[in-house]
Design a protein around this ligand. Structure first.
Ligand code: ADP
Length: 483
């Protein structure tokens, strides 16, 4: 049973145009706890007409929000940030209930999510323009930045809160309005954010949360010409589809898509530090993050030593319900995720890979899986090409620096990469050769609100967080002033 200190945070209506509403059709979606398989709530399955009405409301509200000073918008955003932190425990409980991650990770995500709001409240004050020396004696050239207008966000279940604030905070700070469609697995975290947004004084229509069938709502968000920008985090397949759907109305796009992160361990690396980084990068959120190490590329001379140390470290992980103390590994999000992990491991084993740890479902049943380490893995296996999104570490062997770079870049994806080495020349050469948007060097955790998060190639478009993140929600306007 989910008991919150503040039961008002468990909200099961949508927040559209400042009102809490059910679906006009009366349809609902159920929200399941992945640790128990039990339904914990139902939320509205809103229609395309309701999505359109939400967009219309956002379009009506946005001009007044835009007219406020950045400092005035920041005041409201800071209030929201404070409320989120004040309710961190309840928000974490809600998240663990619908997503499964251990409570400690859920608390961490709430703090991380709130940090984007604080960061962008301040960045909103620094959306500077430019003055360009004119090539003509009788004119002046000035560049200003303006909010793009009404924005839409479609967000995933693996970070139910942070993936929303990472988009909404820069949008609102810039003076935009936002309609968010959260993942159908994790709508409660999104609706709780809306409860606090309303309390913080974010005006009606500026932040909206709509739940329901992704195709119905996504269809309207992408087709509607009042929406000027779509920000999406999710799979590459859906990202491609949404980009196509946005083509007729030429929306601005931010796409944070899949990854296939290489984690390269050279022979001069501090192996204990590499193992610590590997644990943080691989097994956080049970391997369900787009920056999780997907392929461990280990230099031949340290391959066995690294494998042994990693296998040893993995035995310290504790699988269980996220609400239990000491649990580090929650369940996978659903049966489909579990089946994918099983089929990737079966494919690798059939090709000659060895299972060092795990390789089986956990005794707890449901979607719990034993953290796994595989050795003798080859680049031809499926696990080398597909995003695992589960607690499985496949170890590949390489001989030379050139080979490591070639293997690391041999994928359509380009989100995060990790390099463990001490030779400074090697660190620079490899970091520059990696076709990735982010490189963790002797570091397995790279996400922070102050740095630009994003990928190259099929991992997407645009950057989130940092001073760059707010530009995604602003248009540049050039003023040519005759004297
Ligand atoms: P995952 O495999 O991690 O669930 P998805 O890309 O399927 O990744 O989901 C990410 C988000 O995209 C979720 O909010 C989901 O509801 C949404 N989504 C999935 N399919 C579509 C679609 N056809 N149109 C719009 N949104 C979609």
């Amino acid at each position: 049973m989910l008991t919150l200190n503040n039961p008002a945070l468990l909200r099961t209506e949508c927040y559209l145009n400042g009102e809490w509403v059910t679906a006009d059709t009366g349809d609902t979606l159920s929200v399941t706890n992945p640790a128990t398989g039990k339904i914990i709530a139902t939320v509205p399955a809103c229609s395309a007409a309701q999505t359109r009405a939400a967009i219309d409301g956002a379009a009506l509200a946005q001009p007044d929000w835009r007219k406020r000073t950045a400092a005035a918008r920041a005041k409201v955003l800071h209030a929201w940030h404070q409320l989120i932190l004040a309710h961190q425990e309840d928000l974490a409980q809600l998240m663990t209930a619908e997503q499964g991650k251990p409570l400690a990770e859920a608390r961490g995500e709430i703090a991380y999510a709130a940090a984007f709001i604080q960061w962008f409240a301040e960045e909103g004050k620094r959306t500077y323009g430019d003055v360009i020396p004119s090539p003509f004696p009788n004119s002046r050239i000035v560049v200003i930045k303006e909010p793009v207008g009404v924005c839409a966000a479609i967000t995933p279940w693996n970070f139910p809160t942070a993936m929303i604030t990472r988009k909404v905070a820069p949008a609102l700070a810039a003076g935009c309005a936002m309609v968010v469609k959260p993942a159908e697995q994790t709508p409660l975290s999104a609706l709780a954010l809306a409860v606090l947004a309303e309390q913080a004084g974010i005006p009606a229509g500026i932040f909206n949360v709509i739940t329901g069938d992704p195709r119905v709502i996504g269809g309207e968000l992408t087709a509607n010409e009042k929406v000027r920008k779509l920000s999406f985090t999710g799979s590459t397949a859906v990202g491609r589809l949404l980009m196509q759907q946005c083509a007729p109305t030429l929306k601005k796009l931010s796409l944070e898509l899949g990854g296939n992160a290489p984690f390269i361990v050279f022979d001069d690396a501090d192996l204990d530090a590499a193992v610590a980084g590997a644990m943080a990068s691989k097994y956080r959120n049970s391997g369900q993050t787009c920056v999780c190490a997907n392929r461990f590329l280990v230099q031949a001379s340290v391959y066995n030593a690294f494998a042994e140390k990693l296998a040893q470290a993995v035995t310290t992980l504790k699988v269980g319900h996220g609400t239990e103390v000491d649990v580090t590994q929650g369940p996978l999000i659903d049966e489909a995720a579990l089946c994918k992990v099983e089929s990737l491991i079966a494919d690798a084993v059939a090709g000659g890979a060895n299972i060092l740890n795990g390789g089986r479902r956990h005794a707890l049943g449901g979607t719990f899986y034993v953290p796994t380490v595989l050795t003798n893995v080859l680049p031809t296996m499926r696990v080398a090409k597909e995003e695992i999104f589960g607690p499985v570490a496949p170890l590949f062997k390489f001989e030379t620096e050139a080979e490591a770079i070639q293997m690391a870049n041999d994928t359509e994806f380009g989100l995060a990469a990790y390099v463990y080495a001490r030779d400074i020349g090697r660190v620079w050469r490899v970091s520059e050769a990696l076709e990735y948007g982010m490189v963790g060097i002797n570091s397995g955790v790279i996400s922070t609100e102050v740095a630009p998060f994003g990928g190259q190639k099929s991992s997407g478009l645009g950057r989130e967080g940092s001073k760059y993140g707010i530009d995604e929600y602003m248009e540049i306007k050039y003023l040519h002033m005759g004297l």
